[in-house]
Design a protein around this ligand. Structure first.
Ligand code: FAD
Ligand code: FSA
Length: 437
């Protein structure tokens, strides 16, 4: 049946991509859209439920067609951060430092940053150049650090607040959000006559729909056989609470990212906390399922492995040593789903004609919040431009005999994908209910 503006559309997952999809469908005039999620927005387990995320035109590949497509989608997103009244208030054009230390890391930096395409960039080759970016704050030795200061058209967004703004606007335009558990927790898709006809929630309710859009992030693999195209992988983040008198000093500093060590932001205005992530190729949680297949299964935890704490403190000792011994005010693991090439899967499922996938954000999917829903809506309307479709289509052939330990161009920590099953010690940071922030 052709899709019409009154077709019933069910979005599974009100995270980053689900909220964006809801907003874009509503803006296109769809009148019968429902979103299901086990948590109210911002979901406690959404990767987008975070104080801040890097917004940059970063590249992840040097292949010409991938660069081209990623430029197009990055531009759409950036346009949203700069001009869309829903997103504009949450974007901070502080600039971003992209850097590395080892030869291998610097080579990878050459893929991530394309200085010739950045209109406002300065090369950083000496420690004092890093320190000068925020004198009195960036007081570290920056041993062996080199990189680029992208001075404008790059920065960070208040992730959680932008997510809530997208959901509120979608709701105002008529989208129905069913949030909480059991009523919003999908337990299965409805597979019927070689198609998907909606979903069933944990309260037993059957949600029949003409179009079903799966945006469940790291949990998507629970509902469909992705033929190894998704690898749930987690990263680690912590916060440090600044003293009230310190906040002004740290304000407006650029995001500082060393792709082998980690990154941090200026403090958020609400709480005066600095968020720090240690960089590494990620953690899986390899588990043998009832069918004997070994898969990475996400789980929630508001702590990080002690080894991540050590990496964060090392990063701080090189950059902001005055904070290196401060206690953490928050810690969390955060799950995403990596595809075999870190390109997205935004496509109509080839075997289930009423199922559309908005999956595989591959640990880089927040920056597209303002616009990714439009690409997902295009997939539902079967009008994704061919050049884009080629890169983001359902492609199980590239996941055959997948190497679950592939670093996918990432560095840091032991330079290998780690597994939570091997973690012996976790932090003991005071818990905070992030679904209620
Ligand atoms: P999510 O936002 O995780 O949404 C999935 C949704 O599915 C959630 O709301 C969840 O509640 C819901 N769900 C789960 N189970 C069910 C169920 N049973 N029924 C219904 N719904 C369900 N990207 C950037 O661009 N810049 C960054 O700086 C950046 N930093 C990152 C830092 C960390 C530590 C991590 C982990 C990721 C980072 N990313 C960044 C990546 C980015 O956050 C993700 O790619 C993006 O948020 C993924 O969006 P999503 O909608 O696919 O998943
Ligand atoms: O450049 C960016 O968009 C940063 S994504 C941040 C990050 O923590 C990665 O550094 C990490 O490798 C993983 O992809 C999760 O997201």
């Amino acid at each position: 049946m052709p899709v019409t503006k009154s077709s019933s559309i069910l979005i599974i997952g009100a995270g980053t991509w689900g909220c964006s999809t809801a907003l874009h469908l509503a803006r296109r005039g769809y009148t019968n859209v429902t979103v299901l999620d086990p948590y109210p927005v911002p979901s406690a387990i959404s990767a987008g439920n975070d104080v801040n995320k890097i917004i940059s035109s970063g590249q992840y590949s040097s292949k010409k067609d991938e660069v081209e497509v990623n430029e197009i989608i990055a531009e759409q997103a950036f346009n949203g951060w700069k001009n869309d009244p829903i997103f504009k208030p949450y974007y901070h054009d502080t600039g971003v430092v992209m850097s590395a230390t080892t030869q291998e890391g610097l080579e990878r930096l050459g893929v991530r940053v394309r200085p010739e395409d950045e209109p406002d960039v300065a090369e950083l080759t000496r420690p004092e150049q890093f320190r000068q970016l925020a004198p009195g704050v960036l007081k570290g030795n920056f041993p062996g650090w080199r990189g680029y200061h992208i001075r404008s058209n790059a920065g960070w967004a208040h992730a959680r607040n932008a997510l809530v703004a997208a959901a509120r606007e979608a709701q105002r335009l008529g989208v129905r959000f069913v949030a909480g558990s059991p009523q919003g927790r999908v337990i299965t898709l409805i597979f019927e006559n070689n198609d998907v006809k909606g979903a069933v929630t944990a309260d037993g309710k059957i949600w029949r729909a003409e179009q079903t859009i799966l945006c469940a992030g790291a949990a998507a693999g629970q509902f469909l056989d992705f033929k190894d195209q998704l690898r749930p992988t987690a990263w680690t983040l912590v916060h440090i609470q600044l003293k009230p008198e310190e906040r002004a000093q740290y304000k407006n500093m650029p995001v500082v990212f060393n792709i082998e060590k980690g990154f941090f932001f200026e403090p958020d205005e609400e709480r005066g906390e600095i968020k720090i992530c240690d960089e590494h190729p990620g953690y899986t949680n390899m588990t043998t399922g009832a069918d004997g297949r070994v898969r990475s299964i996400p789980f929630e935890k508001t702590q990080v492995p002690r080894e991540a704490e050590m990496r964060v403190r090392k990063l701080l000792s090189e950059t902001m040593p005055q904070l290196a011994d401060r206690p953490f005010s928050f810690a969390r693991i955060c799950w995403c789903a990596d595809t075999p090439n870190r390109e997205f899967i935004i496509d109509r499922h080839p075997e289930y004609p009423s199922l559309v996938l908005g999956c595989g954000a591959s640990g880089r999917g927040f920056k597209y919040l303002p616009s990714i829903g439009s690409i997902i809506a295009d997939a539902m309307e079967d009008k994704t431009p061919a050049k884009i479709h080629k890169l983001i289509r359902w492609s199980p052939e590239i996941a055959i005999n997948r190497n679950w330990g592939d670093r996918l161009g990432r560095f840091g920590g032991p330079n290998r994908v780690m597994d939570f099953n091997e973690v012996k010690e976790w932090t003991n940071v005071t818990q905070r209910d992030i679904s209620k922030l």
